[in-house]
Design a protein around this ligand. Structure first.
Ligand code: S3P
Length: 430
């Protein structure tokens, strides 16, 4: 089968330096806000992965001139009013961030659009966004009473709302803020646990006033975005695979440059520190309001960890690879309060538990997470990414310390967020 790959086993420590590719969340926002702004925005360090390319394609469909070459993007924005009614379906591919944030943009545009994506997107809940958009005055419909794609949107005049978020989701928060930007009045979003705040930071860089008081974020409607240049830091969610690789393969020493260190994303670093990993973090700059720096990992005697509560949103995308780490730590590690995993690209409680069990891991699914009894070597086996990029990469890290051959099916899912993943991994093994 062409889309299956024999994964590498590590026979000695992984050693070397990596330039981690651009942050996916920040790359999406750089393109979106550049397209909504007045003037020309230059983006460097852009993640040229399938998800962010879907965002570019959607804005091109709405008449925005965007040039992209590798990690450089130029966006010629004509303000929100410059966005044109798309002639065809906006295709978000596999990208949940594209569809959810885009709904916030489309909600206030005086035209009709339809938006859809792949099979995974078709199974993911959209009511969490369409419900507040309807409250603000947008007409949205779709399968399952507007919960599932394809969705049709007739945007228009919006009124501000005060919204208390029922789930911890930066995508929902961002959609409401982007709709709030186009509404009459002052919109507020209150979150129980802080989620990634790239939207707030980047809107500020584009000249929009966003206020935060405790856990409520407020935005006044009618503000416009002014073009600026964005330097995207490396994605800590991509660095995560090598942070764990550096722990599970003895004798490793991996240095990662220019990694995003935004505290709303850096939960994995906290977990590694309290488990006893040899981790060095050196912050180098705070460009555009996003802190970044160099991170070095070189193993350590690790103790089991518990992840729960407000820490969960700060490492939600890293849980698959943290589960791999837990299989290699003697003792019981627990992940709870993470039911959001069920509505990611796949149900990541099921896919992580199911695939790691195939490699002999002692891992059990719970309603809101998983329990891992670690310290036993993994075995060989045949595993599948289920088309989920982070599951594919987590399994490739598991294979490094497996005692038999591991074959990964649907390995090309990694292209969604890290097209260079296998090349970077083998560069540390040469
Ligand atoms: C993202 C938010 C998170 C995260 C996703 C990217 C974003 O999703 O899992 O990979 O860029 O805002 P939720 O908002 O659903 O938690």
């Amino acid at each position: 089968m062409s889309n299956s790959k024999k994964l590498a086993r590590a026979h000695s420590g992984l050693v070397g330096e990596l330039m981690i590719p651009g942050d996916k969340s920040i790359s999406h926002r750089a393109v979106m806000f550049g397209a909504m702004a007045n003037g020309t925005t230059e983006v460097t360090g852009f993640l040229s992965g399938a998800d962010c390319l879907s965002t570019i394609a959607c804005f091109r469909e709405m008449g925005v001139h965007i040039e992209q070459k590798d990690d450089s993007v130029t966006i010629v924005g004509n303000g929100l009013d410059g966005l044109k009614e798309p002639k065809t379906v906006l295709d978000v591919g596999n990208s949940g961030t594209t569809i959810r944030l885009m709904l916030g943009v489309l909600a206030g545009r005086p035209f009709y659009s339809t938006i859809a994506g792949d099979e995974s997107i078709a199974s993911r809940p959209m009511a969490r966004v369409t419900k507040p958009m309807k409250q603000m005055g947008t007409k949205i419909d779709g399968r399952d009473s507007g919960n599932k794609t394809p969705l049709s949107v007739r945007g228009g005049t919006l009124k501000a709302i005060d919204y208390v978020m029922p789930v911890a989701s930066a995508q929902v928060k961002s959609a409401i803020l982007l709709a709030g930007l186009q509404a009459e009045g002052r919109t507020s979003v209150t979150e129980a646990n802080a989620t990634r705040d790239h939207t707030e930071r980047m809107l500020t860089a584009f000249g929009v006033s966003v206020e935060k008081e405790k856990n409520t974020i407020c935005i006044n409607g009618g503000q416009s975005l002014q073009a600026t240049n964005v330097h995207v830091p490396g994605d800590i969610s991509s660095a995560a695979f090598f942070l764990v690789a550096g722990c599970v393969v003895e004798g490793s020493r991996i240095e990662m440059k220019n990694v995003g260190l935004n505290p709303t994303r850096a939960g994995i670093l906290k977990v590694l520190e309290r488990s006893g990993a040899n981790l060095t973090i050196h912050e180098t700059s705070n460009n555009g309001g996003e802190p970044r720096g160099n991170v070095q990992i070189s193993g350590g005697e690790l103790t089991p960890f518990i992840i729960e509560g407000e820490e969960v949103p700060t490492l939600i995308d890293e849980i698959p690879v943290l589960a791999v780490l837990a299989t290699q730590i003697k003792g019981t590690s627990i992940i709870r309060d993470a039911e959001e995993l069920k509505v990611k690209e796949t149900n990541r409680i099921d896919t992580v538990v199911g695939e790691l069990a195939k490699l002999g891991a002692d891992i059990e699914a719970t309603d809101d997470g998983m329990i891992i009894r670690g310290g036993k070597p993994l075995t060989g086996g045949s595993v599948i990414s289920h088309g989920d990029h982070r599951i594919g990469m987590a399994l490739a890290i598991a294979a490094l310390c497996a005692q038999g051959d591991v074959t990964l099916q649907e390995f090309d899912a990694v292209n969604v967020s890290y097209p260079r993943f296998f090349a970077d991994l083998s560069s540390l093994m040469d």
